[in-house]
Design a binder for this molecule. Structure first.
Ligand code: GLP
Length: 241
C-alpha cells in the first residue's frame, strides 16, 4: 500500500484526480469504478474543471459504480444514480450507455446482482477503482461481517452506516435499510485501487484497514492483499497511523 498524506481536502482531491486523469489519458477506454459519498465530491469537481479546460476526454471511458440503495429509483434525489449524474456525469462527455450503476428498484435483486457481476466481467474488469471508506471501514456497502462477500450482493446496512448517512436525508427513517453493493471480487480484481479519506472520524478505519489484521470485520483491510493500492488521506484521517 502506498499512503500519501495530503495537506487538506482540496490537495487530497487534486492528487486523486491526477491519478484518475493519468488513467484516462493513458487508456481512454478505461473502466472506472466510481464511488459516492462526500469524500469523492472534490475529485469529481476537479475532473470536471480539467474536462472543461479540454485536458480530459471521457468519450471512450466506461463507469461502474460501487453501489445503490434498495428501493430508490434513479430519479430519487437521494439515489446514487442521481448523485452521480448531478455531481459528475452531467458535466462530462461520458456516453450514457457507458454508465453503469446497480438498479436499486430491480424486482429480483439476486438477478440484478448476477447481471452486475456479468457486466463487469464482460467489460474485462475494472482498470481503476476509486473508494471512499465508512467509519466502520466499509467499502462500497461491504459492511463488517464474518466473511468477505465475493459477489455483488444485497446488504442490510449497519446502524453505524445508517446513522452516518442520515446527514443526507431529512429524517433517519428515510434512510434506506438495504443496498446493492459490488462484492470484493470485482473490487480487488481492479488493476489499480485508489482509496481516499478525510477527517478525524475516518482515523480508526484508516489505521485498522492499513495496519490491522486482514479480516472481514474490517472490510477495507482486504486491500492490504492487493498489489496496487494508493491511499490518499489528510492529516486527520492519518492521525492514528
Ligand atoms: C457510503 C458509500 C461508500 C462511502 C461511504 C463514506 O456508505 N456507500 O461508498 O465510501 O458512504 O462516505 P463519505 O465519503 O460521505 O464519508
Amino acid at each position: 500500500m502506498k499512503i500519501i498524506c495530503a495537506k487538506d481536502y482540496s490537495d487530497l482531491s487534486r492528487k486523486a484526480a491526477n491519478i484518475i486523469s493519468a488513467q484516462v489519458i493513458l487508456k481512454p477506454e478505461s473502466v472506472l469504478g466510481l464511488a459516492t459519498g462526500s469524500s469523492p465530491l472534490g475529485v469529481y469537481r476537479q475532473l470536471i474543471l480539467w474536462y472543461e479546460k479540454g485536458d480530459l476526454d471521457f468519450a471512450e471511458a466506461t463507469s461502474v459504480n460501487l453501489d445503490e440503495y434498495r428501493g430508490l429509483s434513479a430519479n430519487n434525489t437521494q439515489s446514487y444514480h442521481y448523485f452521480m449524474h448531478k455531481n459528475f456525469f452531467d458535466y462530462i462527455n461520458i456516453a450514457p450507455d457507458h454508465i453503469h450503476i446497480p438498479d436499486g428498484m430491480a424486482a429480483d435483486p439476486d438477478a440484478e446482482c448476477r447481471r452486475y457481476d456479468r457486466l463487469i466481467a464482460d467489460l474485462g474488469g475494472i482498470d481503476l477503482q476509486l473508494l471512499g471508506i465508512g467509519r466502520n471501514a466499509h467499502i462500497g456497502f461491504n459492511e463488517p461481517d464474518d466473511h468477505f462477500s465475493k459477489y455483488t450482493h444485497q446488504v442490510d446496512l449497519t446502524e453505524s452506516t445508517i446513522a452516518a448517512n442520515t446527514r443526507f436525508f431529512e429524517r433517519e427513517e428515510d434512510v434506506p435499510r438495504q443496498a446493492i453493493s459490488m462484492g470484493m471480487q470485482a473490487i480487488t480484481q481492479a488493476r489499480k485501487i485508489l482509496l481516499i479519506a478525510s477527517g478525524a472520524d475516518k482515523a480508526d478505519a484508516i489505521y485498522a484497514s492499513c495496519f490491522g489484521p486482514v479480516t472481514p470485520g474490517i472490510p477495507a483491510s482486504i486491500l492490504q492483499l492487493h498489489q496496487d493500492v494508493t491511499v490518499i488521506a489528510d492529516k486527520d484521517a492519518l492521525s492514528k497511523c
